[in-house]
Write a protein that binds this ligand. Structure first.
Ligand SMILES: NC(=O)c1ccc[n+]([C@@H]2O[C@H](COP(=O)([O-])OP(=O)(O)OC[C@H]3O[C@@H](n4cnc5c(N)ncnc54)[C@H](OP(=O)(O)O)[C@@H]3O)[C@@H](O)[C@H]2O)c1
Length: 289
């Protein structure tokens, strides 16, 4: 299959680059600014999107591009909407014209976090932030387009690439004697390599794919504090990781207090096992210097 990956310089895009060789598929990696190993594709440029997708004979588009700065999105919601919704509409339209499958990555931030139980795919979204609203609008654009699609809602992504919570905590616990981390936001981390492996498994020839929304994170539940504590412990760093409340550290953006995603649908539809977050964290940290 010919697979076009957008946002290939981001952490999820970089994680796809790791598996390209030997996958049996032909990959085309693209980024808004061309870099080594990528071709230019700014997904907000409708003409460029339709030209590249059509010219490359694409079977699958994996959209790893996104406006992902949750705090900054509050200051520039239009820009977040342009990348996370309008441009996703362009990709969906191009996928529909080419008969390609669009794999689009969405987020737990489409929910308000007021549930006491994990969110299934058909739970009512109610985003609290500009980022969450833009991502929900992106889902709507895909669903409205009529293209073949998989919308995969994930959460708390980390990897050895880019900026992410695990890398930040790894560095802070190595250099500071005490750090405080919020303990009243509960969710599930996702190692980007596991998400990539899951998506790649769906592209095998014998898998019948039913369009729709699917949740995929690692298994288990924790707070940001628990995750930070485990990063510190597994890294052998001598730092006191202390819990604090979100209210004590206002960031100007409201985040869900509970955003665990229910993965029954992916487990039952695809018969997959999902690694626990603590096991995947240990694996990822083993790749840190
Ligand atoms: N990170 C998380 O915790 C998390 C959780 C759930 C879902 N997701 C979703 O997963 C996807 C991947 O996230 P990530 O963590 O890999 O994000 P990331 O590291 O911030 O990567 C996003 C990439 O998108 C690129 N991009 C932005 N605007 C673009 C444009 N107009 N055209 C082409 N590329 C563009 C960025 O590059 P430039 O800015 O240089 O253009 C960047 O390389 C996103 O859709 C995100 O919403 C992330």
């Amino acid at each position: 299959m010919k697979i076009l990956v957008t946002g290939a310089d981001g952490q999820l895009g970089m994680s796809f680059r790791e598996v390209a060789e030997g996958s049996g598929h032909e990959f085309l990696f693209t980024s808004s600014v061309p870099s080594e190993g990528t071709m230019k594709l700014d997904i907000t440029d409708a003409e460029e999107v339709s030209r590249v997708v059509a010219a490359e004979g694409t079977d699958v588009i994996i959209n790893c591009a996104g406006y992902t700065d949750v705090a900054k999105a509050e200051q520039e919601p239009d820009k977040a909407l342009k990348v996370n919704a309008e441009a996703v509409g362009y990709l969906a339209e191009a996928a529909r014209s080419a008969g390609a499958l669009l794999v689009h990555i969405s987020t737990d931030y489409v929910f308000d976090g007021r549930s006491g139980v994990p969110y299934a795919e058909d739970a009512q979204p109610a985003p609290l932030s500009a980022y969450g609203r833009s991502k929900l609008a992106g889902e709507t654009a895909v669903l409205a387009s009529g293209c073949r699609h998989l919308i995969i809602r994930s959460a708390w992504l980390y990897s050895v690439y880019g900026n992410n919570f695990v890398k930040t905590i790894y560095e802070k616990t190595a250099s500071q004697p005490v750090i405080k981390v919020v303990s009243d936001q509960i969710g599930t981390p996702t190692y980007a390599g596991d998400l990539v492996e899951f998506i790649m498994s769906l592209l095998e020839d014998d898998i019948e794919i039913k369009d729709g929304i699917y949740n995929y994170t690692n298994e288990g539940v924790c707070s940001w504090y628990d995750l930070a504590w485990e990063v510190c412990r597994l890294s052998g760093h001598l730092c006191d990781v202390l819990p604090c409340r979100t209210a004590d550290y206002p960031t100007g953006v409201e985040r869900p207090h509970f955003s665990v995603l229910d993965k029954t649908k992916v487990r039952e539809t695809f018969g997959i096992g999902i690694p626990h977050w603590a096991d995947s964290l240990r694996f990822c940290l083993s790749k840190f210097e």
